[in-house]
Write a protein that binds this ligand. Structure first.
Ligand code: ACO
Length: 367
């Protein structure tokens, strides 16, 4: 049978955008620690950094905020497409189809330009909120231009202006989702773009990759686990039983990180600041400490620590976001990394065309 490698360990290109070092627990965005940016900067500031390579001046930031606020509106035909899709169509497919369809009407010239990235990042939350509210029998809301990106997203979903703590927590989550090296969806975006296709087509391809359960993440499994554990007293017996039966503890372990996932660290700080003293957060902290201790006992030498899903679950639950928009919300962060990579690919493009080794039979006849 043919050997399956998944390109693990293969270097597919060079990038100035981000570094992931799983041994050291580093996640760097253009020379800055992502975990620091997440708790000190806004969505717009970090988007600017990833797109342009430097943090914005006050003037540059105002200009970007204005551009993003002016780029949130849905054209009429996109509203119609969303409304025509049956309720059974998952949100990620709605995003993929509408982003692709948007490319038909708007500027999608080669090479891709920053204005296209700004438009796609700005409109994505409006598409999510429009679909979410129409499916749930709620009137869709027009974006509010006086609100920043993260605040407006929460407003369009809930219909209420969010608290500053909620905005900071969502913003930290979105920033930590923005960039993660040559992951499957970013690679997909670069491959599509490398054919001199357009930015919308490349982002639609990336959304397709993000939709799969091996990539898009599912923090609700962590929520289900915490709810099942219920109290601090039950944590140790629950976790022991799970480990003895060979069940994996959700929110722990990572293919790349062999230390605590730096995104989990920053999300822990953001959640702590948002929720303050709260029994469900205390339970999460207790489960984390107990699980790390027990994993050392049951899985010695495997270096299993908390991953991003553990605190993503805590934050998304505290924000009371519906589980069906967890992966779309992750996408609303990652679209910044995708579009930065798309522009980097275009700046020095060569079509991706790897080789394969044929392992099938040869014809038995002369021809
Ligand atoms: N709980 C208990 N044991 C674990 C866990 C865990 N969460 N994760 C790994 N292990 C054990 C495995 O059983 C294995 O033990 P063994 O050597 O005795 O067989 C050893 O650690 C190595 O595990 P692998 O599955 O080979 O590690 P891999 O790097 O392939 O897996 C993964 C990483 C898939 C994330 C894994 O740790 C896991 O399933 N975790 C739980 C699910 C989860 O939290 N997923 C979200 C990941 S974050 C993200 O995707 C954005």
């Amino acid at each position: 049978m043919a050997k399956v490698t998944g390109l693990e360990g293969v270097v597919a290109g060079e990038t100035d955008i981000g570094l992931v070092d799983g041994e050291k627990g580093y996640l760097v965005y253009r020379g800055y620690w992502a975990k620091e940016l997440a708790v000190t900067r806004t969505y717009e500031e970090v988007a600017y950094l990833l797109w342009n390579g430097h943090l914005p001046s006050a003037e540059e930031l105002v200009r970007l905020k204005n551009e993003m606020a002016a780029s949130r509106q849905l054209p009429g035909y996109i509203r119609q497409i969303i409304e025509l899709m049956p309720a059974s169509v998952p949100m990620m497919l709605v995003l993929q189809s509408t982003i692709a369809a948007l490319g038909e009407q708007e500027n999608t010239s080669w090479p891709p330009v920053l204005a296209q990235a700004v438009r796609l990042a700005s409109i994505l939350p409006t598409i999510i909120a429009y679909r979410y509210r129409t499916l749930n029998g709620l009137t869709p809301l027009e974006p509010l231009s006086e609100l920043g990106h993260a605040a407006n997203y929460l407003y369009m979903l809930t219909g209420e202006k969010p608290t500053e703590a909620h905005v900071q927590a969502l913003s930290a989550y979105l920033i930590l989702c923005m960039e993660h090296g040559m992951n499957a969806s970013t690679f997909a975006a670069r491959v599509v773009l490398s054919t001199e296709s357009d930015m919308n087509a490349a982002v639609a391809g990336a959304i397709g990759a993000m939709k799969g359960p091996l990539h898009g993440g599912a923090p609700y499994e962590v929520i289900a686990m915490l709810e099942d554990i219920g109290t601090q007293e039950r944590a140790e017996p629950w976790l022991r039983k799970a480990l003895e039966s060979g069940t994996k503890i959700m929110g722990f372990g990572h293919r790349i990180y062999k230390t605590k996932d730096p995104r989990a660290e920053a999300l822990q700080i953001a959640t702590q600041e948002m929720i303050g003293k709260d029994p469900s957060f205390d339970l999460a902290l207790h489960v984390e400490a107990t699980a790390i201790h027990l994993l050392q006992e049951y899985k010695p030498g495997r270096r299993l620590f908390t991953n991003v899903e553990f605190y993503a679950a805590a934050i998304l639950k505290a924000l009371e976001l519906s589980p069906d928009i967890f992966t779309p919300t992750f996408t609303a962060g990652r679209i910044i990394g995708w579009t930065a990579h798309i522009m980097e690919q275009a700046a020095n493009n060569r079509i991706f065309r790897p080789q394969s080794v044929y392992t099938g039979p040869m014809p038995q006849n002369e021809f």
